[in-house]
Design a binder for this molecule. Structure first.
Ligand code: OAD
Length: 251
C-alpha cells in the first residue's frame, strides 16, 4: 500500500493475527507525537536533548537549584503541546482500540495527545505535563495564575508547585506501571511505537510480552535495541504506518 510518501508493507501474517486477537498492548514514546510537531527526546537534530540538557531541567535537584529555569522550560513545553493536535498515528490507535476486545495503551508521553485523540484505556507512565502538584506536600492542584514573574505556590503548605510529571530518579505512578506490566505479560500482540526503548522501566514491557509469548511489533523509522528481538519491524513514521495497518486489517 502506498500512503503518504512511504510504501508501507504490512505482513499478511500480522494482519491475519490482528483480526482474531483479543488482548493487545501498545507502548508509545515521543516518536508518536513527532508528527504533531512535538520534538522527541533523543533525536540528534531536533530532539529536546540537543538544545537543553534534561539532567539540568527534569530532576528534583534541578528544581531545588533553579525552579524558575525549570518552570520556564515546562511552560514552553506546555505551550507547544497546547498548540499541537493529534496526528494520524494517534487516530489510528483510537480505531484499533475500537476493534480489539481488551486493548491497553501505555504511554511514556506527557502530552495527553492519546486521550485528546479519543483513546480510552490509557496508562500514562510519566504523568501529564498539564497537571501540577506541590513539590513539598505532593497535593495535586489547579495551577493558579498568581502574580506574573512569581513562582506558583501551594495554598496548603506554601511549598513551590511543580509540573506533575515523573522526573529522573523518581518513581512511576504505581497503578500505571503495575497495570502496564500485567497487561504486557498477558498480551497476545504487543506494539512498541516511537520509543527508543532505552528508559526503564518502560523498556522492560516488550520483554515481559516476549516472555509471555506475545507477538511483538516495532513501529519506528530507526533501529532500536528492541528491533532484533521482535517478530515484525514496520520501518516508518507512526503517522503513516499505523493508518496503513488499520486500513489493511479492518477496512
Ligand atoms: P526518545 O526521544 O528517546 O525516542 C523517540 C523515538 O521515536 C526514536 O526511536 C525515534 O527513532 C522514533 N521516532 C521519531 N520519529 C518518529 C515517527 N514519526 N514515528 C515513529 N517513531 C518515530 O523518546 P522516548 O523513547 O519516548 O521520560 O523516551 C522515553 C523517555 O525518556 C521519555 O518519556 C522521557 C525521556 O527521559 C521522562 O521524561 C521521564
Amino acid at each position: 500500500m502506498i500512503l503518504g510518501m512511504i510504501k508501507v508493507e504490512i505482513p499478511e501474517q500480522l494482519s491475519d493475527a490482528l483480526r482474531n486477537v483479543r488482548r493487545v498492548v501498545v507502548l508509545t514514546g515521543a516518536g508518536v507525537s513527532a508528527e504533531s510537531n512535538i520534538p522527541t527526546f533523543r533525536e540528534a537534530q531536533t530532539g529536546l536533548w540537543e538544545k537543553y540538557d534534561p539532567t539540568e531541567l527534569a530532576t528534583p535537584q534541578a528544581f531545588n537549584c533553579n525552579p524558575r529555569l525549570v518552570w520556564d522550560w515546562y511552560r514552553w513545553r506546555r505551550e507547544l503541546i497546547s498548540a499541537a493536535k493529534p496526528n494520524p498515528g494517534h487516530l489510528a490507535l483510537v480505531e484499533m482500540e475500537a476493534h480489539i476486545p481488551e486493548f491497553t495503551l501505555v504511554t511514556q508521553n506527557v502530552d495527553g495527545l492519546h486521550r485528546r485523540a479519543g483513546s480510552k484505556n490509557v496508562l500514562e507512565l510519566h504523568g501529564n505535563i498539564m497537571l501540577t502538584k506541590c513539590f513539598d506536600c505532593g497535593r495535586g492542584v489547579e495551577i493558579e495564575a498568581g502574580n506574573p514573574g512569581e513562582l506558583p505556590r501551594c495554598r496548603d503548605c506554601g511549598g513551590l508547585l511543580r509540573p506533575d510529571v515523573v522526573w529522573f530518579g523518581e518513581n512511576l505512578p504505581a497503578a500505571a506501571i503495575e497495570g502496564a506490566m500485567q497487561a504486557a505479560r498477558q498480551a497476545e500482540v504487543f506494539f512498541s511505537i516511537g520509543t527508543s526503548a532505552l528508559v526503564q522501566p518502560a523498556a522492560s514491557l516488550p520483554l515481559y510480552a516476549i516472555q509471555g509469548g506475545a507477538t511483538v511489533v516495532e513501529v519506528n523509522p530507526a533501529e532500536t535495541p528492541l528491533s532484533a528481538q521482535v517478530q515484525f519491524v514496520l520501518r516508518g513514521p507512526a503517522g503513516e504506518v499505523l493508518p496503513a495497518l488499520v486500513k489493511v486489517v479492518w477496512e
